[in-house]
Design a protein around this ligand. Structure first.
Ligand code: ZN
Length: 335
């Protein structure tokens, strides 16, 4: 009997040791991650495709790059690329790509750096609206009912949504994250993933001018790059968009964020703060359980017809509206 119990306990120990390893192996390992700016061109079938590389890293020990398609604004990963990588300064690259939607959006965003609250792109010039969710750190589960109801109201799937994600939410809500990713795989959601900072610092005791990323000793490099690593290690490809925690920034931090090739994303319709969405609005709600009011308002507006869910657009489409290059891109980013 004792021997039987001993064997059972050994098997249990082995299972406990092996199971987490099995889970961890389903995600890629990212290392040697660094900012790296280059133009990448690849020729094939009478056509040369040009991308802007913004990061270099190892993806499961393979040489990899994070790139922006400057025509579609979409991002992707190049692994062991066969084309030509031409390293350059980011400023030179922006000048060389001046005629692309990405460089034009970049120049536009540069003009929006000065406000402490809600700096960045807050409105888009389209007939529809943009929907954004902030997943700030939270003790609550994701509001699945809200997201399911929103999906049910959408007559033309997938529903485009920008999800701004922070590291602490990612590591404390693995099941919720996988649920969101399964909705994307099932073509119910078309997710643009935005960086919402690594630590997402907030203190109730500090004034706004010293809070969020304005806290003394905030390392912008750490907030940007470590969160990108965390995203990639959860099979999330970071987009070109960065949302400041609390929508709070200053010009110095704002320009540093843009120096990493990213576009700060504000909102002219933070619903829980009483803002009313209009045509072209970038709507902000928190389905992380911290701000139920905004999600309730959004569903009310959608049900009353004040917001047409079918007219919600993706941020990248709002600035490019080029479905042909987008579909070409999809084939090329496949790993
Ligand atoms: Zn937040």
């Amino acid at each position: 009997m004792k021997q039987w119990l001993y064997k059972l306990s050994v098997y249990c120990m082995l299972a406990i040791m092996i199971f987490p390893v099995t889970i961890a192996q389903s995600y890629p390992k990212i290392s040697a991650y660094m900012p790296y700016y280059a133009l990448y061109s690849e020729s094939g079938q009478n056509k040369t495709t040009r991308y802007i590389i913004i990061r270099r890293f190892k993806y499961n020990s393979m040489q990899a790059y994070l790139y922006i398609n400057p025509y579609t604004l979409r991002t992707g990963i190049l692994i062991n690329p066969e084309g030509i990588v031409q390293q350059d300064s980011f400023q030179n690259i922006i000048q060389k790509c001046a005629d692309t939607p990405y460089a034009q959006l970049y120049q536009k965003a540069l003009q929006k750096s000065k406000r402490m609250f809600n700096a960045g792109i807050t409105h888009v010039d389209i007939h529809g609206m943009i929907l954004s969710f902030d997943l700030c750190p939270s003790k609550h589960s994701i509001d699945t009912d809200f997201i399911k109801q929103l999906i049910a109201l959408n007559k033309i799937p997938p529903l485009p949504v920008t999800i701004c994600i922070s590291r602490k939410w990612m590591i404390t809500h693995p099941d919720d994250l996988q649920w969101l990713q399964s909705l994307a795989s099932a073509h119910k959601l078309d997710i643009t993933w935005a960086n919402h900072s690594f630590t997402h610092f907030y203190s109730r005791k500090l004034p706004v001018r010293k809070n969020f990323m304005l806290k003394e000793d905030t390392s912008v490099a750490r907030e940007v790059l470590k969160n990108e690593i965390c995203m990639l290690e959860h099979d999330i490809i970071p987009s070109i968009f960065f949302r400041f925690p609390g929508l709070i920034s200053n010009q110095k931090i704002y320009e540093k964020i843009m120096g990493y090739g990213l576009i700060p994303l504000g909102s002219d319709a933070w619903l829980a703060k009483g803002k009313k969405p209009v045509t072209g609005s970038i709507i902000l709600v928190h389905p992380n359980g911290n701000e139920k009011k905004g999600t309730v308002i959004l569903l009310q507006l959608a049900r009353s017809g004040a917001i047409n869910i079918t007219n919600i657009a993706s941020l990248t489409a709002a600035y490019t509206n080029n479905s042909q290059t987008a579909s070409v891109h999809k084939k090329q980013v496949k790993l």
